[in-house]
Ligand binder design. Sequence first.
Ligand code: ZN
Length: 282
Amino acid sequence: MIGNVTELAVPRASLGEGPCWDAEAGALYWTDIPAHRVHGLTGDGIHTEWDAGQPVGAVVPRAGGGLVLAARDGFLAMDPGAGSLSMLAAVEPDIPGNRMNDGACDRAGRFFAGTMADDESPGAGALYLLAADRQVTKLVAGVGISNGIGWSPDNRRMYYIDSLTYRVDVFDYEAGTGAIGNRRTFASLGAGEVMPDGLAVDSEDSVWVALWGGSEIRRYAPDGRLTLSVDIPAANVTSCAFGGPDLRTLYITTAAGPGRSGGALFACPVAVAGLPANPFRG
Ligand code: ZN
């Protein structure tokens, strides 16, 4: 199912997060949250980084050009050519101890991203949706650490991780409106040292989950069965994303910590293609 996991020649992050493959640019983007950095790596190996000016948890391409960030203060547009930033929509401006974390866009181009407290207070965060008209809607309250988000190939379910629940959950999802409901457990890790963090969905509707504290990526079948475990030489595995021209490369972000390669960006070939990432359409 997968080939060798290799470290890519890019700077190691303190807390790598939010990998996203931009098919149009042929590039991977990811963030280093406490370093306020957005990183880019083209398919032919050219690395670029930008200063987001604040902690940044996720990055997605924007239809028509540029990038959109889920950052401390809210959703920001970034022009990578000029390096300039502008606020699209503030999120939780009344809660200075919170910041935005991981996120992803659905196929309609709505940006789903959540928040967390800097001190990881349980229930202090929420999951939000940024619509094309820049309206922000709170979808889920009482979130601990808002993390991985992805949609099933049939576009009828949305996978979601609040790391502090130690679960991957699934919602019924309405593609026309972006509404979610009927939240239930998809896979549970059980409370302990290992927390689920980011996720990516493949074309067979299996869910690849990064394990913080677990030195591992797991693949779960559509019925929630664990079907594959991939060892990663870094304790804190934060997220993963499919990329490359055929979406058969799994890119893996990590954070500093125990393990010989904490903070490295890894890649490995995968037999099954991932689903493409979607740009923000607003
Ligand atoms: Zn994360």
